[in-house]
Design a protein around this ligand. Sequence first.
Ligand SMILES: [Zn+2]
Ligand SMILES: [Zn+2]
Ligand SMILES: [Zn+2]
Length: 768
Amino acid sequence: MAESKTKITARKIDVNGIVQGVGFRPFIYQLARHHHLAGKVANTAEGVSIHLEGPDERIEAFLSDLPKKKPPLAYIDSVHLMQEAVEGRRDFEITLSRSFGSRNTLISPDVSICEDCRREMFDFNDRRYGYPFINCTNCGPRYTIIEDIPYDRPKTSMHPFKMCARCLAEYNCPEDRRFHAQPNACQDCGPHVSLLDNKGRAVSADDPIAKTAQLIQQGKIVAIKGLGGFHLAVDALNDSAVQRLRQRKHREEKPLAVMSPDLDTIATYAHLAEAEKALLTSIQRPIVLLPKRLPEKLAFAVAPRNHYYGVMLAYTPLHYLLMNHGFTAVVMTSGNLSQEPIAIDNQEACDRLKKIADYFLVHNRGIYLRSDDSIVRHAAGETRLIRRSRGYVPVPVFLRQDVPCILACGAELKNTICLTRGKQAFVSQHIGDLENLAAEDFFKLTIRHLERILDIAPEAIACDMHPDYLSTQWAVSQNKLPVIHVQHHHAHVVSCMAEHKLQGPVIGLSFDGTGFGPDHSIWGGEVLLADEAGYQRVACLEPCAMPGGAAAIKEPWRMGLAFLHMAFGRDIWNLELPILKLTDRAKAEIILDMIAKGINSPLTSSLGRLFDGVAAIIGLRRTVSYEGQAAMELEMISDGQAHGTYPVIWHEKTCTQLDTGAFVKSLVEDIQNGLPGFITSRKFHDTVIEAFAGLCTKIRKKTQLNRVVLSGGCFQNALLLEGLINVLKTKCFEVYSHHQIPANDGGLSLGQAIVAASAVSGKTSEVN
Ligand SMILES: [Zn+2]
Ligand SMILES: [Zn+2]
Ligand SMILES: [Zn+2]
């Protein structure tokens, strides 16, 4: 190919990032041929290495095309160029990968079936017609099937399947879409599905997927093995079937996710804006929160008392084949008992789910690592992750600078772990609430697995300060590495800073339900001056009793009484309030006694508990069946129009404290004057927004800090998030909120890791 008159040079190009298992080498091969360049490309431990020979201007053209034309799943982190000796190559070749000592390669997440594969699967003349495991280099499973790296078939759960001659020919052909697609398979050589009853016996069916569709249409509950684990599927139009699923799964009211075949079908039961359409059809295919269309079309039991549905499009070929049987929507909820991790193994699923599912649609492609569906919503102009898992993990958060290797153990609820390496922070998939042995096992397994496939040996372990968290206890029990305890709300703020590559100090608003404070009280409505190395608590909500401790989280009426006690003392029985009419007086007196005497009533400055208390006082919610339910319903009933705010009074104590009693008094006045919940709820939200935006202005005057970071579970509340962003921006603040990782405790491990990295590096804080 070399032209005799032009000067031929050679260049070595190392590309780092997510460039393996995503069709990158065939792309390089085709790009090199397009530019008439000779050379070779190979996988390396860091990514891919390219040797190019040809005229300079052609190499330049190649380099300029590289980032522009890269495959959809590839992510280029860096490109390094070096001059090399000309070898006199005549063509371009792809060299096979080998094992490497170091493992800095990035692994791609599991993504939805691509359009090409979908077309083939529904093409009667294609050899993979109707094959539920069709995939190519642009789509299919990755993270959940990898046991070790480099990412090659023997190191994946595809290793038992020997490719047939036709599949192998595709696999070896650089021009083919399936060139080096490790999960490549067809019905002759690849995995297959089978249907079982709940005793584990095979159910004979010519087409197990068609039979499954029929069973679901008859109201049966079918456990279906998917990409990252089992789903429990039931017809979302069949209320009694959905209720039966709820009873069997012990899930009272928490909304159930549904799957639909296409956007047009979704539009018949939910409102869809362009942003939501883009999220639904993205390769990650998360569950997207969508406002319900009224009257509700899906069964009431799908999302009772909620204004939203959690909806996803089909994302595996198997889902597409199933949804092709005329469904509007099928409930697809995690295949687990309440609070336990999602089941992934066929036998394990049959054992654990036999009391819930009537049938099991299983397959014989193993899942090495479970990964739940991700949950997102669009709010304040951005994608907000509520649960970051399948489709997003293990794409790292890219950091502003190199950090030491740290393992961060996350929170107790919505646990994730985080491992850091260089400029990358890997936040794991959603592990869940560490409240049982199964979840704890999954936590340990995820740590081991990620350490192996990322080849990270941590120098230190970061954990929460709460001594009772299982994740903290595990960290402390390791005994080998230094353990760094990170304050919960500091970790929240730093996680958001890390996402935006911010160097402190910043003003951090850290709002959530519960986090251990160094004063041993429960924090959760915190204003911190923070950098990566430390923080100073400058303000919080005035601490309020939580009568009964954890019981007050499940029973917001207790928080209602506690806030009324703050505002009025014990003299509350002449107030005309729904909460008091509905509460047994003798029982309430016991609670008031506990508050007054401080018996089993820890103090909390939590904003989450204030939302609970207000929801209880206005008569919206006495008890909850899942975390955050009261606050969520309070947000949902709020009026679209502003109606003013309640008085905001700050007291100077150990730190500045918001007088919650003062505005609870005004709220009670409104209720007694007959103001409906949609107005009082809106006024309450606007009061919180005004109070903290005003406080930020005061802090700016004193400190000159102009950047405000919003983090913590309360920022899943779109009204609060949008309101604070808008008001702060009109006051000319730079405002930062989460969009790569969740604002809730699912993002905590990232902040812990960065705080610990800073401690290991011996950095000192500017703010404490
Ligand atoms: Zn494909
Ligand atoms: Zn085959
Ligand atoms: Zn938190």
